[in-house]
Write a protein that binds this ligand. Structure first.
Ligand SMILES: NC(=O)c1ccc[n+]([C@@H]2O[C@H](COP(=O)([O-])OP(=O)(O)OC[C@H]3O[C@@H](n4cnc5c(N)ncnc54)[C@H](OP(=O)(O)O)[C@@H]3O)[C@@H](O)[C@H]2O)c1
Length: 322
């Protein structure tokens, strides 16, 4: 049975996605995340309930060393025949930090490293193990688009380079706000998805590259770094009503997780490469992302800068995307 690797597949939207991948599409899963203990509990439950095979690999997406180690664990599972080639990689883990800017062991701003850089490294290193017609899916966010209410509530995405983003606030410079860093990590993710799609199709590859926005959902750990009163307020139906009235795209945890599974596995989305899908008030729709996300010149620079930031070696670049 084919296998799907998902980061953050043990909690929040990712868990709903994992459940649906197992129950509706009968995929085996690899859960990738920071805490093997937490993931193992979920893996056992998924295995028992849905009779699929669920493996666990330790991977902190904010650390290049940890991503490489997680990839090595995944390759070992494939080599030993314990899992099949990958039908999809779902880059779903993500955080919105609050407070002071912080840096990873690699010296990069933590939001950008966790949400964007680590997932690009994961994708690049495993691309050759993705099956024909397989999919690469990134969980993005409507907050990337400054022309929407979603973008306005988080902090307008900064259209600066990957190198500037990764190094924001260094050498006494004023750091970009963490709301903006979140929105921009998602903008760059979408631009990367489109550039990956262009390169895959140019080389004749049948692999799909897809961006997905789950909409504003409650009941996940997403706001965990925000002040407690704000977390409480965001969960109230009054606040959701206010947000909806102000044009924010509303998602719903179970449905948005199931939609993520659908764009990753359902035949209905087999022509979805290079597209942006959204969980929008109970429906899964295809829509345009922000203007900047379609800027091909910016995407090429982002592509090249990102490769340098993640220290990807020339011999590690898949022939499918050179
Ligand atoms: N909820 C929303 O309103 C919303 C809206 C738009 C987009 N999104 C996006 O949807 C995705 C899922 O978010 P969610 O709402 O389900 O929030 P969540 O419940 O907090 O899930 C986030 C997941 O990411 C994992 N994670 C965080 N940092 C990590 C790291 N350094 N390495 C590996 N895994 C890490 C977490 O694992 P741990 O258990 O180890 O913390 C958790 O499984 C995120 O990409 C988020 O940006 C959410």
């Amino acid at each position: 049975m084919a296998t799907i690797l998902i980061t953050g597949g043990h909690s929040g939207l990712g868990l709903e996605c994992s459940k649906f991948l197992a129950s509706k599409y009968h995929y085996n899963l690899i859960l990738a995340g920071r805490s093997p203990e937490k993931m193992q509990v979920v893996a056992s439950e998924l295995q028992q309930t849905y009779k699929v095979k669920v493996s666990v690999i330790k991977m902190d997406t904010s650390s290049l060393v940890s991503v490489r180690s997680g990839v090595a664990q995944c390759l070992a599972l494939i080599d030993k025949g314990e899992v099949d080639n990958l039908q999809a990689i779902i880059c779903n883990a993500g955080v919105r930090f609050n407070g002071k800017v912080s840096y990873t062991a690699d010296g990069y701003e933590e939001t950008y490293a966790t949400n964007y850089l680590g997932h690009v490294l994961l994708t690049e290193l495993l691309l050759d193990k993705v099956a024909d017609n397989g999919r690469i899916v990134f969980t993005a966010s409507g907050t990337h688009d400054p022309d929407t209410s979603d973008g306005k509530i988080m902090g307008i995405a900064a259209g600066v380079t990957a190198t500037e983003l990764a190094n924001t606030g260094k050498n006494g410079a004023k750091p970009i706000s963490l709301g903006k860093m979140y929105a921009t990590s998602k903008l760059d993710m979408i631009a990367y998805v489109y550039e990956l799609d262009r390169r895959l199709s140019k080389s004749g590859s049948s692999i799909l590259s897809i961006a997905y926005d789950p909409g504003a959902t409650t009941g996940t750990g997403f706001l965990r770094n925000m002040p407690k009163p704000l977390q409480w307020l965001a969960e109230t139906s009054f606040m959701r009503w206010v947000m909806k009235r102000n044009g924010v795209t509303m998602g719903e945890t179970i449905l948005s997780g199931q939609f993520l599974a659908a764009v990753s596995a359902d035949k209905a989305y087999s022509n979805g490469s290079g597209k942006y899908f959204q969980s929008n008030n109970g429906k899964l729709i295809e829509r345009r992302s922000s203007k900047l996300s379609y800027d091909q010149q910016r995407a090429k620079k982002l592509w090249n800068d990102t490769k340098i930031l993640i220290h990807l070696q020339p011999n590690e670049v898949s022939k499918k995307i050179q």
